[in-house]
Design a protein around this ligand. Structure first.
Ligand SMILES: Cc1cc2nc3c(=O)[nH]c(=O)nc-3n(C[C@H](O)[C@H](O)[C@H](O)COP(=O)(O)O)c2cc1C
Length: 192
């Protein structure tokens, strides 16, 4: 049975090393709260491995490229209890970062509905979004990629509108009972 709209729970969760993915995730949570009246939880995932500085950048790129998991720190909530889980990752070495790979592998097969987004400098979006679906075992209701500089400058055309479209698509997918829309990649501002 589909829960009444006010009983629905959405988790927005993300990893962010320099704040870009966090900023987009916070905006999505805000829009979801405004537009749907559902119960929205926003959670950050941390990587216990040091990712700051040049050494962190290098080890991060290497670990991501080798599809390595890491040890994550996140609140003690159970993602499988949410009607929809929105997951955001920065693109590292043309795929998701290790913290998000770890999260998605850990809940593989248990998510009811998911929407995935990534932020990046310029290349690797399609691969990342496809890897996120493969690792989680979920076909996303909506996907989105955002270029980091467009998020930072809050571009109307290349950040605000795509984010609004992404949120609309995931809510539409939920209203259809968990069927992805025909335009899977909502308002994507990049290919690659
Ligand atoms: C280790 C590392 C690897 C990266 N690899 C890529 C890449 O393959 N393609 C790309 O477009 N951007 C790449 N980037 C840039 C980030 O994806 C981009 O700046 C992202 O928006 C940062 O998000 P955050 O501020 O939430 O950490 C990389 C950044 C880091 C730290």
């Amino acid at each position: 049975m589909t829960p009444a709209e006010e009983d629905r729970k959405i988790l927005v969760t993300y990893y962010s090393r320099t704040g870009v993915t966090r900023k987009a995730a916070e905006r999505m949570a805000e829009l979801l709260r405004e537009s749907s009246g559902v119960n929205v939880t926003l959670e950050e995932i941390s990587d216990t491995k040091k990712r700051a500085g040049v050494s962190g950048w290098l080890s991060g790129g290497r670990d991501a490229g080798l599809r390595r998991k890491t040890t994550i720190d996140r609140p003690d909530t159970d993602p499988s209890e949410f009607d929809l889980v929105v997951v955001g990752s920065p693109v590292w070495a043309f795929t998701m970062c290790p913290a998000i790979r770890t999260f998605l592998e850990d809940c593989s097969g248990s998510l009811r509905n998911a929407a995935f987004f990534c932020t990046l400098r310029g290349s690797g979006a399609s691969q990342t979004l496809s890897d996120m679906q493969e690792v989680s075992g979920v076909r996303a209701l909506a996907t989105l990629s955002l270029i980091d500089r467009n998020v930072r400058k809050e571009s109307r055309q290349d950040y605000q509108e795509p984010v609004e479209g992404f949120v609309g698509n995931m809510l539409g997918g939920m209203a259809r009972g968990g069927t992805p829309g025909t335009d899977g990649e909502a308002g994507s501002s990049v290919s690659g």
